[in-house]
Design a protein around this ligand. Structure first.
Ligand code: GRF
Length: 219
């Protein structure tokens, strides 16, 4: 059996994306294992999920550090000691510095609850709704120095409905997050992702399609 990719997950909140990744590792739909979960938040639900799944976890509270770099150095130390090969940010509410980026070049992913490059940053489901976008969705991307700017691996599109609230739209997007994050990791674990400039290409490529969505539908 081939060696499984070792994932380190960083999460600050409830950890539903982490759970989706754990579940897909356990049912072998991705050839990877979550080797370590780290949170900056002692109360993160993500830590409890790790505990329940029997996965090693650590709380590294950022409040004990005097700079972003010294905090990230502690993250790198923990990740490397656990033999982590791919870092996944799963609702990790901190900006990361070059200390972490340089330790894992091209090996850090993030999930964002909007269709990048539209609506980077925070509260983006509300922003998509307020803007009047007809579609929103979610994006898994490699992490670079910017905020939500790295090369895009996979996106899922959902419609914005007339009666949506921030919550209903967020829930619709979250259901897709739970599908695409494990898939991005799966493709990475299989060695199928090739980054060329800003573009992430699939190797071997998918068969071409011109499928398009409209909202409202054209009938
Ligand atoms: C998700 O909406 C994700 O896109 C964003 O933070 C949220 C994390 O949710 N980066 P959870 O902790 O995975 O439930």
């Amino acid at each position: 059996m081939s060696k499984k990719l070792r994932i380190g997950a960083l999460a600050s909140g409830g950890g539903t994306n982490l759970q989706a990744i754990i579940d897909r590792c356990l049912d072998n739909s991705i050839d990877a294992e979550v080797a370590l979960v780290i949170s900056n938040n002692p109360d993160a639900g993500a830590l409890e999920r790790a505990r329940k799944a029997g996965i090693p976890f650590q709380c590294i509270d950022h409040r004990g550090f005097d700079s972003r770099e010294s905090y990230d150095a502690a993250l790198v130390k923990a990740l490397q000691s656990a033999g982590v090969e791919l870092v996944v940010l799963a609702g990790f509410m901190r900006l990361i510095s070059s200390v972490l980026l340089d330790a894992y070049p091209g090996r850090i992913m993030n999930i964002h609850p909007a269709l990048l490059p539209a609506f980077p940053g925070l509260h983006v489901q509300r922003k998509a709704l307020e803007y009047g976008a007809r579609f929103s969705g979610c994006t898994v991307h490699f992490v670079d120095k910017g905020v939500d700017t790295g090369p895009i691996i996979i996106q899922a599109v959902v419609p914005v409905l007339d009666n949506d609230t921030e919550q209903s739209l967020s829930e619709r997007i979250l259901r897709q997050e739970h599908r695409i994050y494990p898939q991005a990791i799966h493709l990475f674990a299989q060695g199928r992702l090739r980054v060329e400039g800003r573009r992430v290409l699939l190797d071997p490529p998918l068969s071409p399609t011109e499928a398009a969505l409209t909202n409202p539908e054209i009938r």
